[in-house]
Design a binder for this molecule. Structure first.
Ligand SMILES: [Zn+2]
Length: 268
């Protein structure tokens, strides 16, 4: 195959893996201490620090790309070192952007008018002073009655209690679905509010499901339930376990990857 054709294919593959980047356009304003470099068809802004280290180092994190280089290294050398690792840099930038987008999406602002992800859609929180009783969902608006002097913490407590009640109902329906369709059911199940786990399964045949899953799309909830139910058969993460997950929930790989993008330390 001609070299040109190979290069076109390589470019096309890079495009496919980077669907979130806008078409190339250099940033209008470059921050102090930053530089802009063209990598492939992207303009990448990075922070450059000079240090006593002996080699050029790259870090990509939620602040973007930063480069540390020895004082004596010329700018052209730094640029070509970056160009050599362009694929890695661009991939990491996309990964971090996905990660921070997801993190920001889940960080609910507990105030009137804020949006809250709920089973794959966005609900708007509306504080209705004077409205008594539990929150009421009207189409995509969650009306929350609070005393006029109530603060944001009280709004959070009331909405989270509502979410927990919805979680009890939703999980019961889905667990029942897996029991009817696949004949597998836990001995007991309970809600959890663990900070670092979406679900767990104990040796006595009981499972726990995090009510915060209600912030995710329904298929992600199903995946977590299927995952814990599969542990009733296989108490490990070996190949037989994953094939048991696949019987219960064929789309498990996509859901697992999606969930992996979430930091464990999300504070809702
Ligand atoms: Zn597991």
């Amino acid at each position: 195959m001609a070299l040109k054709r190979l290069r076109q294919l390589a470019d096309a593959a890079l495009q496919l893996t980077l669907p979130l980047f806008e078409p190339a356009a250099p940033p209008a304003v470059v921050r102090a201490g930053h530089r802009v470099l063209r990598l492939g068809d992207q303009f990448v802004e990075y922070e450059l620090r000079r240090s006593r280290r002996r080699t050029i180092g790259f870090v990509v994190d939620d602040r973007g790309l930063s480069v540390t280089a020895p004082r004596w290294v010329a700018q052209s050398e730094i640029d070509s070192a970056l160009a050599e690792r362009a694929d890695w840099v661009l991939r990491k930038l996309v990964e971090w952007r996905d990660y921070t987008r997801r993190r920001d999406r889940l960080a609910v602002r507990w105030e009137d008018g804020a949006t809250m992800p709920f089973l794959g859609r966005d609900l708007v929180l509306r504080v209705c002073a004077g409205h008594r009783g539990k929150p009421v969902l009207v189409e995509s608006t969650l009306q929350v009655g609070l005393a006029p002097e109530a603060d944001n913490d009280q709004l959070r407590d009331v909405v989270q209690a509502w979410l927990q009640q919805r979680a009890r109902e939703h999980f019961a329906v889905r667990i029942d679905h897996f029991a009817r369709e696949h004949g597998v059911s836990p001995r007991r199940w309970a809600l959890s509010s663990a900070r670092t786990r979406w679900g767990s399964c104990a040796a006595d045949g009981s499972i726990r499901l995090n009510w915060r899953l209600m912030h995710f799309p329904p298929e992600i909830v199903d995946y977590v339930i299927a995952h814990e139910l599969a542990h009733l058969r296989e108490m490990n993460h070996g190949p037989q376990f994953w094939s048991a997950v696949g019987e219960l929930f064929p789309e498990w790989q996509r859901a697992r990857d999606w969930l992996r993008g979430f930091p464990d330390d999300i504070t809702f």
